[in-house]
Design a protein around this ligand. Structure first.
Ligand SMILES: Nc1ncnc2c1ncn2[C@@H]1O[C@H](COP(=O)(O)OP(=O)(O)O)[C@@H](O)[C@H]1O
Ligand SMILES: [Mg+2]
Length: 651
C-alpha cells in the first residue's frame, strides 16, 4: 500500500514487524534474551522448523539413523557374548570354544563399528548439506533486507550468525539429535537386558537414575546459560576483529594497533571467562557422574559378587552387568551435555530464524501491467523523508520534476539531503510522505528489479569487490562480453590506466579495490554503471577524485551519450564544470528545493547558488578558487539567499 498522507512516524524506517529486530540494533537479533519479539517460538517449534530444512534429506537421514541404531544394538549384544565367553568357554576350560567365542565377539564389535560408522557418515554429510541450504537461504534473505537494517548491525556479528549459529544447528541435527536417540536406545536397551538378566542387580543401578537426572537438569540449565553467554562474547570479539581488519588504514595511520589489540583482548578475556566456567562446570558434572557411577559399580560388584559366591548368578553375568553399568553411566554423563547442546542449538536457531523472519520494509508489490519502456521523467511530489522516527526531516516537502533525457545538477551544502534524495529514487529507502514518480507512475508500483535496472547510482563511496578489474566492471551487467566491458571502461576514461596495469583487465584490485587510487576506483565504478545502460543515471560526486581534465572528458561523454539515448542524468557535484554543462541546476537547502533554473539564471538571480559560489563551496578548479570568489562577489552583490517556493517546476 502506498503512503499518501503525511505519516512521519508511521512510514518511518522503524515500522511494524521491523520494530522488534530491525531498529533496535545488532544486540537485539544477536541476543534473543533482550529481544522484544513478542512471539518467541518454543523449543519443539524451533526443532520442527529445523526438521523442515531436513525434509529433502529424509531418506539419507532415515537410513543413517537406522544404521546408527543398529550399531548401538550390536553394542547391547556384545556383553552377552562376553558373558558366554566367561561362563561357557573359560568356565568349561575349553580353549577351542574360547577362540570361537572371542572371534564372534570381535565380529560383533567390527560389525557394530562398521554399521555405526556408516550411519554417522551419512548423518554428518547430510548435516553439511543442511548447513549449506540454511546459509544460502540466510544470506539470500539478509541481502533482501533494507539498508536501514544493515546500518543498525555490525557486519562481524552478522557473519558470526551465518557461520557459528548455523554450525550449532547442524551439530544439533546430526550429532546431538542422533546421540540422544543412540543414548536413549542404549539406556533403555541396557536397562531391559539387565532386568531380564537379574532384576535385583538392576534395581541397584536404577538408584543411579535420580542422582544423575537431578545432576543433568541442574547442570544442563547452567550449561545452557553459560554457552549462550559464550556465544554472545564470541560474536562480539569477532565483530571487533572484523572492524579492526577492515579499518586497517585508519588503525595504522592513527597508530591504534595496541588500542585495537587491547579492545580485542578485553573481549577475548570476557569470552575466556565464560569458556573457563563452561569447562569447569563440565568437569564438575563429569566428576560427580563418575563418582556416582563408581559407587554403583562397587555396589554391584559387591552385591553381585555375593550372588556369584552364593551361586545365584554366574561370573559371566556379573561381568556382563558391569559392562551395562558402564553403558548406562556413559548415557547419563552425555545427557547433560546433550541437553545443553540442544538448548544452545535452540538459541542459535532462534537467532537464525529471527533473521530469516525479518521482512524488508521496502516492499516489492508491483503493479503487473508495468510498461517495459521508460522515458525517464522523474517527479518528486511533496516528498518527505527522515531516517529516524524522531521527526527530523532530511527531505521536507520537496517538489521537483526532471524532464526525460535532461541533465540536472543537484547542489547544496553538505548534509542538505542530496545523497538521500538519490537513495529515495532508487528505493534504497522509501519516502515517508508524498510520491516519487517515473513516467507518471509511483516508483513503489514498479517491480524493484525493473526500477533498479533503469536507475543506476554511482555514489561517493565506491565499493569494489576483491577480484579483477574486469569482474568489477562486469558486475554492472553480468552478460556483457569483454568488448563491452572495454567500451564502458573507455567511456569512463578508465581504459588507459587499466591497460597500463600489470595484467590489464585481469589485474586483481585487492580487498575493496585497495590497489587502486580513489580516482581510479571511481572510474571503475563509472564504467560499471555505464555497462548497465541505465535510463536514469545518478552521479553522486562520482568524479570528485578524478583529475579535472579527465572529469571533463567523462562529463562530455556522459552528456553526449545521454542526449543520444535520452538518458535522464542527475549529477550531485561541487564542481562548476559539471554544473555549467547541466541543462538545469537545482539547489537544495535543508531538504527543500529552494532554487532551480539554468546556471546563468541562478547566478544572476543572486540567490543560494550565488552564495554557494561566494562561499567557495562550488568551485571551478581551472580558474582557481580565488578568481571564482572574486567573480561571484561581482555577480552577486550583497544579495541575501531568498527562499523560493517552487512547485512542480519542470527542469
Ligand atoms: N543512514 C543514515 N542514518 C541516519 N542519518 C543519516 C543517514 N545518512 C545520512 N543521514 C543524515 O541525513 C542528512 C542528509 O545526508 P545526505 O543526504 O548524505 O547529505 P548530502 O549528500 O547532501 O551531503 C545528514 O544530516 C545526515 O547526517
Ligand atoms: Mg552526499
Amino acid at each position: 500500500m502506498l503512503v499518501t498522507s503525511w505519516s512521519w512516524f508511521d512510514g518511518g524506517v522503524c515500522e511494524d514487524k521491523a520494530k522488534d529486530s530491525h531498529c533496535k540494533g545488532g544486540r537485539e537479533v544477536s541476543a534473543p534474551e533482550s529481544s522484544s519479539r513478542p512471539q518467541r517460538k518454543s523449543f519443539p517449534a524451533q526443532m520442527l522448523r529445523i526438521a523442515a530444512y531436513a525434509r529433502p534429506y529424509t531418506r539419507r537421514i532415515t537410513v543413517g539413523v537406522v544404521l546408527v541404531l543398529l550399531g548401538t544394538m550390536f553394542s547391547l549384544v556384545y556383553p552377552i557374548g562376553i558373558a558366554a565367553v566367561v561362563d561357557t568357554a573359560v568356565g568349561s576350560g575349553d580353549e577351542r570354544l574360547l577362540h570361537v567365542f572371542s572371534i564372534c565377539v570381535l565380529g560383533l564389535f567390527v560389525l557394530g563399528a562398521v554399521v555405526g560408522f556408516s550411519g554417522n557418515y551419512l548423518l554428518d554429510s547430510t548435516g553439511e548439506y543442511l548447513v549449506l541450504d540454511l546459509r544460502k537461504k540466510l544470506l539470500s534473505n539478509l541481502l533482501k533486507l533494507d539498508l536501514a537494517f544493515f546500518h543498525s548491525q555490525r557486519a562481524g556479528d552478522l557473519t558470526a550468525r551465518l557461520t557459528s549459529d548455523t554450525a550449532s544447528i547442524r551439530h544439533a541435527v546430526t550429532d546431538t539429535g542422533v546421540s540422544l536417540l543412540n543414548q536413549g536406545l542404549m539406556l533403555v536397551g541396557s536397562a531391559g537386558v539387565m532386568v531380564y538378566l537379574n532384576w535385583k542387580l538392576a534395581l541397584i543401578v536404577t538408584l543411579l537414575a535420580p542422582v544423575t537426572t537431578v545432576l543433568s537438569r541442574r547442570f544442563g540449565t547452567f550449561f545452557q546459560e553459560i554457552s549462550r553467554q559464550a556465544q554472545l562474547r564470541n560474536a562480539e570479539s569477532n565483530a571487533i576483529a572484523h572492524e579492526a581488519i577492515s579499518g586497517i588504514p585508519l588503525v595504522k595511520s592513527m597508530s591504534r594497533r595496541d588500542f585495537e589489540v587491547a579492545k580485542y583482548e578485553a573481549a577475548l578475556k570476557a569470552l575466556q571467562k565464560e569458556r573457563t566456567l563452561l569447562v569447569r562446570t563440565d568437569a564438575w558434572f563429569r566428576g560427580l557422574v563418575a563418582v556416582s557411577t563408581s559407587l554403583a559399580v562397587v555396589a554391584i560388584f559387591w552385591f553381585g559378587g555375593m550372588q556369584v559366591l552364593a551361586e545365584q548368578i554366574s561370573a559371566g553375568e556379573l561381568v556382563a552387568f558391569l559392562f551395562y553399568v558402564q553403558n548406562i553411566s556413559g548415557c547419563f554423563a552425555s545427557f547433560a551435555q546433550l541437553y545443553a547442546d540442544l538448548n544452545q542449538a535452540a538459541g542459535a536457531s532462534s537467532r537464525v530464524f529471527d533473521l530469516l523472519d525479518i521482512e524488508p520494509k521496502i516492499s516489492d508489490e508491483a503493479r503487473p501491467d508495468v510498461a517495459s519502456t521508460c522515458s525517464g521523467i522523474v517527479e518528486f511530489d511533496d516528498v518527505g523523508f527522515g531516517y529516524t522516527s524522531n521527526g527530523i526531516k532530511v527531505i521536507d516537502g520537496l517538489r521537483m520534476t526532471v524532464g526525460g533525457g535532461s541533465v540536472v545538477a543537484l547542489v547544496g551544502n553538505s548534509g542538505c539531503g542530496k545523497s538521500s534524495l538519490l537513495h529515495l529514487l532508487l528505493r534504497l529507502y522509501d519516502v515517508n510522505a508524498g510520491q516519487i514518480r517515473i513516467d507518471g507512475v509511483d516508483i513503489r508500483e514498479y517491480p524493484l528489479a525493473w526500477l533498479r535496472e533503469r536507475v543506476t547510482l554511482v555514489s561517493q563511496d565506491v565499493f569494489l569487490f576483491s577480484g579483477s578489474v574486469r569482474e568489477n566492471i562486469r558486475y554492472g551487467n553480468l552478460e556483457a562480453n569483454d568488448k563491452e566491458v572495454e567500451r564502458a571502461a573507455r567511456f569512463a576514461q578508465a581504459h588507459d590506466f587499466v591497460a597500463k596495469l600489470d595484467e590489464g583487465y585481469d589485474t586483481e584490485v585487492g580487498d575493496r579495490g585497495v590497489k587502486l587510487s580513489g580516482g581510479q576506483r571511481q572510474r571503475i565504478a563509472l564504467a560499471r554503471a555505464f555497462l548497465r545502460k541505465p535510463k536514469i543515471l545518478l552521479l553522486d560526486e562520482a568524479t570528485s577524485g578524478v583529475d579535472y581534465a579527465i572529469e571533463n572528458k567523462i562529463l562530455a561523454s556522459v552528456i553526449e551519450w545521454g542526449k543520444r539515448e535520452g538518458i535522464t542524468t542527475i549529477i550531485v557535484t561541487h564542481r562548476l564544470n559539471s554544473i555549467r554543462i547541466s541543462d538545469r541546476v537545482a539547489v537544495l537547502d535543508g531538504g527543500r528545493l529552494i532554487e532551480e533554473g539554468s546556471y546563468d539564471e541562478l547566478v544572476s538571480r543572486g540567490g543560494k547558488l550565488a552564495a554557494l559560489l561566494e562561499a567557495g563551496i562550488l568551485r571551478d578548479f581551472d580558474e582557481g578558487v580565488e578568481g571564482k570568489v572574486a567573480e561571484t562577489k561581482f555577480l552577486a552583490p550583497s544579495t541575501k539567499v531568498r527562499s523560493v517556493k517552487l512547485s512542480s517546476s519542470v527542469i
